[in-house]
Design a protein around this ligand. Structure first.
Ligand SMILES: [Zn+2]
Length: 98
């Protein structure tokens, strides 16, 4: 079998991974770590994407000198609503863990 944390080959029945030292318990600790990493990565991607969008909108509006059809404002409003919804989902998940 392989260590769920580092992927190293581990002999059957080993209590700990000889490579990274994580417990090879039936509880998939490495999997939980991986999920936490994935969630953190997704959050970082989201923040970066929101920053890029804000910057792009600012550049576009500055170049045009105005935002006549309210395109930038609509896009930002929509983004804020969706980010707040994501935050609410996270808060709910945290509450469920308590
Ligand atoms: Zn390992």
């Amino acid at each position: 079998m392989n260590c769920r944390s580092c992927g190293a080959e581990v002999g059957a029945g080993a209590a700990y991974c000889p490579s990274c030292g994580r417990p090879m318990s039936p509880v998939p600790t490495g999997h939980v770590d991986q999920m936490a990493d994935e969630a953190a990565q997704a959050a970082r991607d989201l923040v970066r994407a929101a920053g890029r969008l804000s910057q792009a909108l600012l550049t576009k509006v500055e170049k045009a000198g105005h935002d006549p059809p309210g395109t930038a404002k609509r896009a930002v409003d929509k983004l804020v609503v969706e980010l707040k919804a994501a935050k609410a989902e996270i808060d709910k998940a945290l509450k469920d863990l308590e």
